[in-house]
Design a protein around this ligand. Structure first.
Ligand code: MF3
Ligand code: CO
Ligand code: CO
Length: 273
């Protein structure tokens, strides 16, 4: 296994890339309203990344992906392709996934948005999926294992009668978009690779309201949907393992962390201290 432990210089670049990715998600929020097309959301993000933040949208041309962000609506689990003919409507839930490259390093983050008025059962799915991410982050410290992360995510999801997608997972990140290790969102405590300070990886649980099974679009080769057509939600952060626990490199300034994330240092708060 070739997991790269980042140097202090690399970590500083990862902090910058992470903050820029988070900045894009903050910027796009007021545009996520009924009637806007996902193609328009893509254009706004692309222009902001390239012209305002001076960074590269990592998805564009990545393994042939045609756009700069991923937009995944309702039963779409991940990798939805923005399109001018796909407009979001009141009642939808949508994940926007942003990955930037700045000075050679990647920052990768996604969150769900409610579009207009959303049904309570969908809000519950979205809130529980974010909680799964936070529970996973809570596990991150040197000596913990990847299995510890996967286990708490799977446990919380299944306790709420949801299922965890298995075909897609979190990943190491740095100079590469997808580095070792794979970060599964299910597993058993104390199994899998041990975490070491200086590792950077994403945690990005995809939680389904129905069954866990997925289907890949035959038309575009990218869009991943639930097999049963029921909705799915996802949140993603890029995480640095530190001696004390971890830093959320993609924390947004509008994001309120639960109290139990006391092992987590925000680079935003470090910078402004
Ligand atoms: N950002 C996604 C992830 O979290 C990957 C998107 S790959 C793309 O790993 F090609 F679809 F953009
Ligand atoms: Co990712
Ligand atoms: Co992502």
């Amino acid at each position: 296994m070739k997991v790269h432990i980042k140097t202090e210089e690399e970590i500083e670049k990862m902090r910058i890339a992470g903050r820029l990715a988070a900045d894009v998600l903050e910027m796009i929020e007021p545009h996520v309203v009924p009637g806007v097309s996902t193609g328009e959301l893509d254009r706004i993000c692309h222009d902001y990344m390239v012209n305002e933040l001076d960074c590269i949208p990592a998805p564009l041309n990545y393994k042939g992906f045609p756009k700069s962000i991923c937009t995944s609506i309702n039963q779409v689990i991940c990798h939805g392709i923005p399109s001018d003919s796909k407009c979001i409507k009141s009642g939808d839930i949508i994940n926007i996934d942003i990955t930037v490259i700045k000075d050679g390093y990647h920052g990768d983050t996604s969150r769900m948005f409610h579009v207009g008025k959303v049904q309570p059962h969908l809000k519950r799915l979205v809130d529980n999926t974010q909680h799964c991410l936070y529970l996973g982050i809570q596990q991150v410290k040197p000596g913990a294992t990847l299995g510890d992360i996967g286990h708490v995510i799977q446990k919380h999801a299944e306790q709420n009668y949801y299922s965890v997608v298995q075909e897609y997972c979190g990943h190491g990140i740095g100079k590469g978009f997808h580095e070792e290790p794979q970060v599964l969102h299910y597993g058993k405590p104390s199994e899998g690779m041990e975490l070491v300070a200086g590792m950077t990886f994403t945690i990005e649980p995809m939680i389904n309201a129905g069954k866990r099974h997925t289907k890949l679009s035959k038309f575009d080769g990218w869009t991943v949907e639930t097999k049963d057509g029921r909705p799915s939600a996802q949140f993603e952060h890029t995480i640095l393992v530190t001696e004390a626990g971890c830093e959320i490199l993609t924390l947004r300034s509008d994001e309120v962390l639960p109290d139990f994330l006391h092992n987590t240092v925000s680079p935003l708060k470090v910078a402004s201290a």
